[in-house]
Design a protein around this ligand. Structure first.
Ligand code: G3H
Ligand code: 13P
Ligand code: ZN
Length: 308
């Protein structure tokens, strides 16, 4: 067992109409929760870390922790940099041992996005590392960059972008957004854009960011035990499953794991006021993450029994 890239995972996912879950982590217990969930369902899985998560954990610590946990838990895993802001951030992760990187040039204009993405593709491919890029802008905040409105991906531009950059997968904007407050009114995704992109790029893996479902029971648990999270909403599970049966091969989820861990830790500490062993309360958070991952595999991704 160990680190692999996403090529074979995506090929199989595309052909069979499911998606691989890409889960954000920044510590040991989140990592173990995700890998144990994937192992229990015999599912392929991607572990991803943002630039700030890499800084928090340390790039080499992260790589070695993921390698060792993959071996101990018994599941192959791709280790991916999420929303890499520039070539330097990408280089740092590739040099540390990441097997997949994202360069997020979505806030640049089309030509500049192509230029920065192409530089990353050249560096990464020379080292057998795969690259995800992004075209279109998700509303909300992506790391330090924020936008009030969606800029939906143009399918013609997507086809040209892939051809000119040689990128391995592409994140597109169809109405999802990052964080726990996704839709003010009714949830709506532009499946027409996804279909058009799929027609213009047959067989090419598409990535969906901002894909947490924001389970209201988990939000209620956070609030019942001292939290104050009001008006949270996510992407309906049936829409995510539909996307994963189409060209979407990678579905990014961070918020749902954060909510699950926070709710479980709050509940544990409230119910056990005398306890001060971190293994107990963080362990409760780890178990909650495992159960969210198992449920995602069954209801959103459709990736059970997909290991290579
Ligand atoms: O897409 C962004 C991820 O949710 C990462 O967030 O920068 O707080 O680690 P972060
Ligand atoms: P969520 O905030 O919906 O979990 O999205 C995470 C994401 O897209 C990470 O890149
Ligand atoms: Zn994202």
């Amino acid at each position: 067992m160990g680190l692999i890239d996403t090529k074979e995972m995506f090929k199989k996912a595309y052909e069979s109409g499911y998606s691989i879950g890409a889960f954000n982590i920044s510590n040991l217990e989140q990592l173990q929760g995700v890998l144990k969930g994937a192992k229990a369902k015999n599912s392929s899985v991607i572990i991803q870390a943002s630039k700030s998560a890499v800084k928090y954990a340390g790039p080499s610590t992260l790589v070695n922790m993921v390698k060792t946990a993959s071996d101990e838990i018994g599941v192959d895993v791709a280790l991916h940099l999420d929303h890499g802001p520039d070539l330097q951030a990408v280089k740092d992760c590739i040099d540390a041992g990441f097997t997949s990187v994202m360069i997020d040039g979505s806030h640049f204009d089309f030509e500049e996005n192509i230029k920065v993405t192409k530089e990353v593709v050249d560096y990464a491919h020379a080292r057998n590392v795969v690259v995800e890029a992004e075209l279109g802008v998700l509303a909300g905040t992506e790391d330090e960059i924020s936008s009030d409105v969606h800029k939906y991906t143009d399918p013609d531009e997507a086809a040209e972008f892939v051809k000119r950059t040689g990128v391995d997968s592409l994140a597109i904007a169809i109405g999802t957004s990052h964080g726990a407050f996704k839709f003010k009114g009714e949830a709506k995704l532009r499946f027409d854009i996804l279909e058009e992109v799929q027609k213009k790029l047959p067989g090419f893996p598409i990535v969906l960011h901002g894909a947490s479902a924001v389970d209201q029971n988990i939000v209620a648990m956070c609030n019942e035990f001292g939290g104050n999270i009001a008006g949270a909403s996510g992407v309906p599970v049936d829409m995510l499953r539909k996307a994963s049966s189409m060209a979407v091969c990678k579905i990014n989820m961070d918020t749902d794991l954060r909510l699950a861990m926070t709710g479980a830790v709050r509940k544990y500490l409230t119910e056990n006021p005398k306890e001060f062993d971190p293994r107990k309360y963080i362990g409760a958070g780890r178990d909650a993450i495992q159960s969210v991952v198992e449920s995602k595999i069954d209801t959103v991704l459709g990736s059970a029994n997909s290991t290579l």
